[in-house]
Design a binder for this molecule. Sequence first.
Ligand SMILES: [Zn+2]
Ligand SMILES: [Zn+2]
Length: 136
Amino acid sequence: MKVDGGCLCGAITYEAVIDPEKIIVCHCTDCQINGGGAFRWGTLIAKEDFTLLSGDLKFYRKLAESGNHRALAFCGDCGTSLYGTQAEESVTLSLRIGTARQARELTPAFQMWHRSSYDWVDHLDSVPSVERQPNL
Ligand SMILES: [Zn+2]
Ligand SMILES: [Zn+2]
């Protein structure tokens, strides 16, 4: 499946080919902090299946629990996280699906690092909600 997307400010745009059956939610603490959310969702693709159409990505190098270094690609202007990849020799990209225009057509198939998930994540449907910005 072909997807396209970009960062919040619009400087970065891309196209990619993904397998819609292989969308993964990651509850690891690095994803929680780096993404600024409760979890991140993405999919693993071959590097060749990602095409940067505009903008210049910046990279943050992190040490993963495996002992390997990862390079986290983001927009230097708005900070949107686009993907993570091997720091030394990039082979696969973990594309951040939330940046894809087709994200609403996709559903996760698997969750990982669930041991560090927030307790309420599995019960979010029981939390009161409104359709738009509430009057707080
Ligand atoms: Zn941006
Ligand atoms: Zn993660």
